[in-house]
Design a protein around this ligand. Structure first.
Ligand code: SF4
Ligand code: SF4
Length: 429
């Protein structure tokens, strides 16, 4: 395990990262801080601490993997890769909780995932009524939060088709920018619970002159598996995607889920030493968050959306991908939209993949701090570019019986474009 924690060697134990760490802020325990966890991981790598040590597993299980410590660290510590490799060793020694294994197995297999998630979509109206603070109530809240709407204007078409795609847009609606070619990465949860965000992504890209192609053989990115220490499962999924996307080797791979984007951009490292390593590196180089693509292209201004939105940046966008300004630049294209940032925007919401399932107590405490910061902004809505964050923050809001919608930032641009009549149907439907 020694090589895998080499990225921790620059740590000088200065403690600059402590206040950036959401779990340390909640517990005040050094072993729940980045510095404490680094000491534990290094001790395990040296063999001073057996991998079966309960304290090692306990404190690393409580890490969100949010990588806020990396952004705060002046010494360039690479915490994320070391955590994943240590978790792989822990998963082999201690196993992975059966609930997490079940969720991850379903996500990896489309024949199980599609019917399960599509059936759960039917439960959304009931889930909203059953949302609450108990473990079950929070799960219902997460499901209900997977589709919240901005004043009822962002619902997709009832026939499930994506407006503007495959239809000839009138010339005046085409952007003057040179066209690009892209494929939207559909993922697992995004594809089945957030297809409305995919629709919004595709519509806004088309208005900004992007030609869209499709790759039907693509699948789950493997992020949740990698975070749980199941690196072999993550590698298998990565291989499948790298091979599938060779179909359109020059197209940009557009991602609208920060967790997926961070993992896809890291496929070269994940598949290091693999026979398809070179293809993985080439694939990773063409992955972009949707906000990167739209910010780069302008984007084209839309109609007014007079609301105040609090933009909460997902950890895997700001800390792992270092994409920070692009979501704000994209939203600048919307007249009358007031954008604000919550205090401690760099802190995780507690979603963190399957973390809220495995560590519900600490996840709730971390979420409480986030909800307080968001409430202080006085915003009419929250925008965050990751499905896990939408569901975690949304469930927290529903549990407190508030009506603040939580959506993906691209849904705001989509609403603005719809109001501008760019989709061929005039203003609001
Ligand atoms: S990880 Fe970085 S910021 Fe944290 S204690 Fe080590 S050197 Fe300091
Ligand atoms: S990844 Fe997040 S939770 Fe884990 S040590 Fe770093 S800042 Fe703390």
């Amino acid at each position: 395990m020694t090589d895998s924690v080499a990225g921790l060697d620059p740590c000088v134990h200065c403690g600059f990262c402590l206040e950036a760490c959401p779990t340390y802020v909640v517990t005040g325990d050094e072993a729940d801080s980045p510095r404490g966890r680094i000491v534990l991981m290094q001790a395990a790598a040296r063999g001073d601490l057996p991998i079966t040590d309960e304290k090692l597993a306990y404190h690393l299980d409580r890490c969100l993997g949010c990588r806020a410590c990396e952004s705060a660290c002046p010494s360039g510590v690479e915490y994320g890769p070391a955590l994943e490799h240590t978790r792989e060793a822990l998963a082999k020694a201690h196993g992975v909780p059966w609930v997490a294994r079940l969720v991850l197995a379903v996500m990896a297999e489309p024949r199980l995932r599609r019917p399960a998630l599509r059936a759960s979509r039917l439960l959304r109206p009931i889930a909203r009524r059953l949302a609450g603070r108990s473990r079950l109530g929070f799960s219902f809240g997460m499901l209900a939060a997977s589709k919240m709407t901005l004043d009822g204007k962002t619902e997709g078409r009832k026939d499930g088709r994506t407006e503007g795609i495959g239809e000839e847009l009138p010339p005046y609606r085409r952007t003057a920018l040179p066209p690009g070619t892209a494929v939207v990465f559909r993922g697992c949860i995004m594809d089945d619970l957030f297809s409305h965000v995919h629709d919004a992504t595709e519509r806004t890209l088309v208005v900004n002159g992007v030609n869209l192609l499709s790759v039907p053989q693509q699948g789950c990115c493997g992020a949740l598996h990698a975070h749980a220490g199941l690196l072999d499962d993550a590698r298998a999924l990565a291989r499948q995607n790298v091979m599938a996307f060779r179909q359109h080797a020059d197209a940009t791979v557009v991602v609208n889920a920060a967790g997926c984007g961070a993992t896809l951009k890291d496929y070269g490292t994940l598949l290091q030493g693999d026979p398809i390593e070179e293809a993985a590196i080439a694939f990773a180089a063409r992955v972009r968050d949707v906000t990167e693509v739209l910010a780069e292209r302008g984007p084209r201004p839309g109609a007014a959306v007079p609301m105040k939105v609090a933009v909460d940046p997902p950890c895997h966008l700001q800390h792992a991908q270092r994409v920070t300004d692009q979501p704000l630049k994209m939203l600048e294209a919307i007249p009358a939209l007031q954008v604000c940032s919550p205090a401690n925007a760099a802190h995780c919401c507690g979603g963190a993949g399957v973390y809220s399932v495995i560590e519900p107590g600490l996840a709730q405490q971390v979420l409480a701090n986030k909800l307080e910061s968001l409430a202080e902004t006085g915003a009419d809505a929250v925008a965050t570019a990751n499905p896990g964050c939408v569901m975690q923050i949304g469930a927290g809001i529903l549990a407190s019986r508030k009506t603040l919608p939580v959506v993906h930032p691209v849904e705001f641009l989509d609403l603005s474009y719809r109001r501008a009549g760019y989709y061929g149907g005039g203003s609001d439907p």
